[in-house]
Structure formats: C-alpha cells, structure tokens
Write a protein that binds this ligand. Structure first.
Ligand code: SF4
Length: 252
C-alpha cells in the first residue's frame, strides 16, 4: 500500500463539510480525468501533466517516488493517527485518493480499516464509485460511509469507464451511509441535470453539487452558477471550503 499523505483538517466538501477530519490519501486510481484541467510539473522528468487536483495521488509513474510504502497495517495506522497526538477527540477518518477502493481487498488496507473501525472512528470513503465492492466477503465496508463522486462528462473520461451502475447501487444499498457529490462547472451545466438524473435514478440518497476549481479564482468562477443550478433543480450545494482557505496547497 502506498500512502501519499495524511493530515488533520476540516472536511472541505459534501455532507460533512466543516467536520474535523483525519485524511489518509492513498496512491493509485483507475481513471485519469484530464477534463478537470489541473496542471502539475512531474517530479520524475519535469514534463507538464494535466489531470485532476489530486493528480499527485493518481499518476504512479510520475509521483510514486513521493509515496510512502506500507506493508503492515499497524504501522500504517500509527502513521495516520500520529496527527492526533495533541487532540482529545476522534475526528472523522476520511479515506481518499486517487481511488481508494481499487485497494479494497488488499490485506494491509483492510487491516488498516479494521483498526480504524475498532478504534471507534466514523470512517468515510471518497470514491468515484466505479469499483464493485463485495460487501458480503469484506463486511467492514458495511460499517462505513461513502461519498460517491461519480464523474460526469466534464471529466473527459468515457461513460463506460466512469459510470458503474452496479457498483453505485451496491454502495448505496449496503453501506452504512452514502451520498452523491458531483463536480460541475459553469460551461457544462446545460446537460448536467440529465446526466445526474440518469446516474441517480432509483437511488434515494442525498445529492450534492459542488463547483469545479483547484484555486480560489476558479472556484469563484463556477460557484454562483452551480448554486443557481442547485436551486433550480432541488440539489444540495456544497462549497469547497479547503480551497477557499488554502487554495491548491497540499496536506491541509
Ligand atoms: S477519479 Fe478522482 S482521483 Fe481519479 S483521476 Fe478522477 S478526479 Fe482524480
């Protein structure tokens, strides 16, 4: 297992925005979402890379040297919870990536989850909901929450790759809690409602829409249009507090 970063902050978006949260970001993703247009310089060869705001947790070839490898669940748990040395409460534990569920069967990853649930953490996965989790074989996933950020056409990924209806249904019906979180931008709002309706049809869980943007200025450009879109269509608006506070800085 590769841990990209871990830190204590507030949850910036979705149903639990503002909640104190301990983040554990794992490396690797099954999508590449170039449509989000964030630019990075590769630490591997200095080339310009384009992708999502978490590209440093997605692109193995260019960023893996910055990831920390763990072969032991206890050591991984100790590393992540080391950020709580000066706190006397349990924040939410947010497991993110990349796409963390590509590792859902990994013994180190599952052992880490076991330790977290055993310690009493409220655990939430941030997922693109494309991985069909076997909840019967890996029952701990029934005890945690899922923020399903299913990707829309503005991610530039093909529909067949970014939408897995069976995986979404499975998470919505079997997990302790689940909600949708869609990333929208001003330019592509016209057909966003149709896309959201098609993905969420028959699934009765909360839907949040949030503005695309890895910087304060980009967020500002999209947030008003996304708010109006939510008001028109009855969706919940979620801001992205961490970007308002810290921009594209990592580990906050
Ligand atoms: S699924 Fe998420 S982490 Fe993976 S490339 Fe797309 S936006 Fe980035």
């Amino acid at each position: 297992m590769y841990l990209v970063e871990s830190f204590l902050s507030i949850q910036g978006e979705g149903k639990y925005a503002g909640y104190p949260s301990l983040f554990a970001r794992f490396g690797g993703c099954n999508l590449s979402c170039r449509g989000f247009g964030c630019e990075f310089i590769s630490p591997y060869d200095g080339s310009k890379l384009i992708g999502c705001d978490s590209l440093y947790a997605v692109n193995e070839k260019h960023f893996k040297n910055e990831w920390e490898r763990f072969d032991d669940a206890q050591k991984l748990f100790a590393k992540v919870t080391s950020h709580l040395q000066n706190t006397d409460y349990l924040p939410h534990l947010v497991i993110t990536g990349g796409e963390p569920l590509i590792h859902y069967k990994n013994p180190v990853f599952y052992g880490f989850l076991e330790l977290a649930v055993g310690r009493g953490f409220s655990v939430f996965f941030e997922t693109n909901a494309t991985v069909d989790v076997d909840f019967d074989a890996f029952t701990l996933y029934k005890k945690v929450g899922f923020a399903m950020s299913v990707k829309l056409a503005n991610s530039s990924e093909k529909y067949e790759k970014r939408v897995n209806k069976k995986a979404i249904q499975n998470i919505a019906s079997q997990a302790k809690e689940a909600f949708f979180k869609f990333v929208l931008d001003e330019k592509t709002l016209d057909n966003a409602k149709n896309q959201i309706e098609e993905i969420t049809k028959g699934i009765d869980i909360p839907i949040f829409c949030m503005p695309l943007g890895a910087t304060h200025a980009e967020l500002e450009k999209n947030s008003r249009a996304v708010t109006l879109f939510c008001l028109k269509n009855g969706y919940n608006y979620s801001d992205r507090i961490h970007i308002r506070l810290w921009g594209d800085k990592r580990g906050v």
